[in-house]
Design a protein around this ligand. Structure first.
Ligand code: FPP
Length: 233
């Protein structure tokens, strides 16, 4: 969700004004994805590197997350959206940790869209914590090193049993992954748009989904194989 700061600067507003508008866009996009039957949506709200930002911007962002959780709690449940936060949450402010725990518990039985919010998340951190957990299981004899495979590794990542990412959307014009879901993006289709996140609307979402629908997903096979498979299906 890149481009909040630039959106605000273009309007001679403080950067945090862009984050506030960005939070409203989050609500619309989540509701629209839930309405369309998307199974999983992961939003990169705050990376492990974002702590390097000015302290007042970080604290506004944390406050915005607390407020969004409080304001959206009921609405998430009404839309059957299950919320999970991924990332190293122990470093987040206690108030935010409490709000996260409350909304996660309240929406745990929701079976519509599963919304994952990445907060203090880094793809490298995720891979390391999964490796650490596998190493601990191996060290105490609960797991044979030879038994470690891709599926077992993925299950220990923060997204757990969520499927691999089909489509990554990055707004704001940068052509980078920025330490997002490194493992899960292995075969994702990557969609980059110059639209700044506060300007990302339902039409922008439609454009991204239409682009995705036109992609041929080969997963290592040839185009002829994929087409023959589709014709036989
Ligand atoms: C990146 O834009 C955006 C962020 C680091 C924060 C994202 C947060 C929100 C959209 C607000 C609320 C989110 C939730 C889940 C309630 P940037 O600041 O790097 O923009 P720039 O590249 O233009 O400076």
């Amino acid at each position: 969700m890149d481009g909040n700061g630039r959106w605000a600067r273009q309007r001679h507003l403080p950067r945090v004004a862009g984050h506030r508008v960005g939070a409203r866009v989050v609500r619309r996009v989540v509701e629209e994805c839930a309405r369309r039957g998307v199974g999983h949506l992961t939003l990169f709200a705050f990376s492990s590197e974002n702590w390097r930002r000015p302290a007042d911007e970080v604290s506004v962002l944390m406050e915005l997350f607390v407020r969004a959780l409080r304001d959206e709690e009921l609405r998430l449940q009404e839309h059957d959206v299950r919320l999970s936060v991924i990332g190293e949450r122990g470093a987040l402010p206690a108030r935010l940790q409490d709000a996260i725990a409350r909304v996660e518990a309240r929406t745990a039985d929701c079976r519509g869209l599963h919304l994952h919010v990445a907060a203090n998340y880094g793809g490298q951190w995720d891979i390391v914590q999964a490796a650490r957990s596998l190493a601990a299981a191996a060290a105490c004899g609960a797991l044979a090193p030879d038994a470690i495979d891709e599926a077992g590794f993925a299950a220990r990542l923060a997204l757990g049993s969520a499927p691999p990412v089909d489509l990554l959307i990055r707004t704001g014009g940068e052509l980078r992954i920025s330490n997002f879901l490194l493992w899960h993006l292995a075969y994702a289709e990557l969609y980059f748009t110059d639209t700044l996140w506060p300007d990302f609307d339902i039409a922008s979402l439609d454009q991204a989904l239409a682009w995705y629908a036109g992609r041929e997903r080969r997963f290592g096979r040839t185009g002829e194989q994929v087409q023959a498979g589709a014709a036989g299906a």
